[in-house]
Design a protein around this ligand. Structure first.
Ligand code: WQD
Length: 338
């Protein structure tokens, strides 16, 4: 059975990807420092899959640990999730973002070369496009000036990978540019773990519905969109996880010194108000919200052109917005059971 090292594998997207890797007949080896995840996730993963995944607690910039893992397991690929990802925090503390997100990637690549590990799937983001001039966004859409140090670490990460591949390092790399990951595993045993006040829309919606937050503020309804609120491409986290599995399979058929990029979205855009109304309808509840001022740095509208990932990876989303809203709420209810 192929063993795949997942850095940040106990995190939101990492844990869902571990499940889909197992379902696809591969064995995840999880590395996580639990700075933005909880060790209990491993128990939940065992409940879902029946398998206790091997895991290592630590930082993916710890090369000694990386070698310890590779000496104990024949690692045949890496999925690199481990990174800080709070846009606002990155503006306050840019150096910890560059040190962690960029520094760790460099060390991970050195490790892969030292061990002869060829395949890497890199977690990138649609944030590299900024506000696209033309929609939907294709992989040929020019990247723009990053809106935040967080977004810049993703652009720099992609640039590092391009140069590393060009240096004939003998690796094969796919960068996946995520649009907006939302939702949770249908089992409601894993999902996005809220640490502090949620910055993202859907966790704030579910915490408001749960009474943890008094009301949701819609950050502006005077934009040039059908109902005035911003548009995003919300993709179910299980669909996103499946894209990583398909990317790994794709890499095994590629020559060495290979690099490619794929948008991972549904190809559909929804406004904030549409998301709120879908959440209310699917879960048969009323969400207290108010319209507030715009949030600085927000992209007005973005959604993916998914032709490339559809045709090249054979990947298509299985979940729609209603399923995302249903699963998000079921996860929040699981969390409230304590
Ligand atoms: C979505 C929409 C807000 C909260 C960020 C990162 C991106 C990626 C996904 C990691 C926007 C509106 C939000 C609220 C609101 N992260 N909103 N009230 O900003 O599109 O993307 O998360 O890869 O890199 O930038 O996601 O969920 O914060 O916002 O009205 O309380 O919801 O204005 O229009 P965003 P988001």
């Amino acid at each position: 059975m192929k063993k795949i090292l997942i850095t940040g594998g106990a995190g939101y997207i990492g844990s869902h990807t571990a499940v889909e890797l197992w379902n696809a007949g591969m064995e995840p080896i999880i590395l996580d420092d639990f700075s933005n995840s909880q060790v209990e996730v491993l128990d939940r993963l065992e409940e879902i899959t029946g398998k206790r995944f091997v895991f290592y607690r630590g930082d993916c910039s710890d090369k000694t640990l990386l070698h310890e893992i590779a000496n104990a397991h024949q690692i045949q690929g890496v999925i690199h999730f481990a990174a800080f990802k709070a846009v606002g925090e990155s503006t306050q503390s840019p150096l910890i973002y560059y040190k962690n997100n960029v520094g760790s990637l460099v060390i991970l690549l050195e490790f892969m070369q030292e061990k002869g590990i060829k395949d890497l799937v890199f977690s990138s983001s649609c944030t590299v496009y900024g506000q696209p001039d033309v929609l939907p966004v294709t992989e040929a859409t020019p990247r723009k000036e990053a809106e935040s140090p967080y977004g810049n670490t993703k652009k720099i990460g992609e640039d590092i990978l391009v140069d590393f591949v060009k240096s004939k390092a003998g690796v094969r790399v796919v960068a996946l540019r995520y649009f907006n990951p939302v939702g949770a595993h249908p089992s409601a045993k894993i999902g996005e773990l809220p640490i502090g006040t949620p910055q993202n829309l859907v966790p704030f919606i579910t915490q408001t519905a749960a009474g943890i937050r008094e009301k949701l503020t819609v950050f502006g309804n005077d934009y040039d969109t059908p109902d005035g609120s911003c548009i995003r491409d919300y993709i179910h986290v299980v669909d996103l996880a499946d894209a990583h599995v398909k990317a790994l399979h794709f890499l095994t058929d590629q020559p060495l010194n290979f690099y490619d990029v794929f948008n991972v979205g549904t190809g559909r855009g929804n406004t904030v108000l549409e998301v709120i109304h879908a959440f209310e309808a699917v879960n048969n509840l009323t969400l207290p919200y108010e319209i507030g001022p715009r949030r600085a740095g927000d992209v007005v509208k973005t959604w993916a052109d998914t032709k490339k990932i559809n045709q090249v990876l054979g990947w298509f989303p299985a979940y729609d917005l209603d399923a995302c809203m249903r699963d998000s709420w079921r996860w929040q209810q699981f969390l409230m059971k304590g």
